[in-house]
Design a binder for this molecule. Structure first.
Ligand code: DGL
Length: 283
């Protein structure tokens, strides 16, 4: 049974599409009693080819909606959106807002060659926030090489997680990084967690991968811990009421349902609701 004094508002999690489902699963696993409100902004996917202003407009519209639904915290489960909008979201809303950024620091700490690679969307790589992050982190630790992957998120949305086409695409994106001595590869887009098994198969054995969904779930737990009773006992109590997962999409609901069956098959009784949001006008 839930403690009646516990806050029952949902945690809002969003992405341009299915990428954030990897983050939502990590959150659901760590904090299984929490209600989640997941928004896939699939109608505006990909964010990776949009301008920073366009992405910010979508993010504000989504967080506005989450705030009206009483969300107690928001996870921006998208590197591209985090790079474009986290600053303005935090300035605008008093909710705890947790973002996802490419795991450059752990990658540099782990690298033996001192050269790490980042696969990300064109927008993330071009963003000032990402370039600043790399300058700060790389200072003494090593060298970072980047690879924009314009087609990859859409390939994953289409559930081509394996097979010749996706393998060829990944080889094309990874080759320039490997030829520069990269021994740690950062997956700088939440969608890419779903092709990690294929990447592990095709990369040389000495190259490791960094994904960030577990770190994001832990960061969310840390952010909530002071105000809510979260923590290990919640995650392990067998009698704890499982949190509800509500799913909304601005794209095609049937397509999202098919994606969910592959990418999060264990989610219980998924109900998918269509969502139409106009872009927020930002001053
Ligand atoms: N999942 C998003 C990210 O983490 C990007 C996908 C897109 O281009 O829409 O960057």
């Amino acid at each position: 049974m839930r403690n009646s004094s516990m806050n029952k508002q949902a945690i809002g999690i969003f992405d341009s599409g299915v990428g954030g489902l990897a983050v939502a699963q990590a959150v659901h696993q760590l904090l299984p009693s929490e209600d989640l409100l997941y928004i896939a902004d699939s109608g505006f996917m990909p964010y990776g080819s949009k301008t920073q202003d366009e992405i910010r407009g979508r993010c504000h519209a989504i967080v506005d909606y989450m705030a009206t639904q009483g969300a107690k915290a928001v996870v921006v489960a998208c590197n591209t959106a985090t790079m474009a909008a986290i600053g303005s979201l935090r300035a605008h809303y008093s909710l705890p807002i947790v973002g996802v950024e490419p795991g450059v620091k752990p990658a540099l700490q782990q690298s033996k060659s001192g050269v790490i690679g980042v696969l990300a969307t064109p927008s993330t790589i071009a963003s000032q926030s990402f370039q600043r992050l790399c300058r700060q982190q790389a200072e003494d630790l090593g060298r970072i090489v980047f690879q924009p992957c314009p087609e990859l998120a859409a390939t994953i949305e289409a559930l081509h997680l394996d097979g010749d086409h996706t393998e060829a695409l990944l080889r094309r994106y990874c080759e320039p990084l490997l030829s520069q001595g990269v021994d740690v590869l950062v997956l700088g887009c939440t969608h890419y967690a779903f092709i990690a098994p294929l990447l592990r198969r095709i990369l040389p054995s000495g190259v490791s991968l960094i994904t960030t969904e577990q770190a994001v779930a832990l960061q969310l737990q840390r952010r909530l811990a002071p105000s809510y009773q979260l923590g290990t006992q919640l995650g392990t109590q067998p009698s704890a009421t499982p949190g509800r997962v509500r799913l909304l999409t601005s794209g095609d609901s049937q397509r999202f349902s098919a994606q969910l069956q592959v990418l999060w098959p264990s989610v219980e009784n998924p109900v998918i609701t269509p969502l139409h949001l106009s872009c927020a006008e930002l001053g």
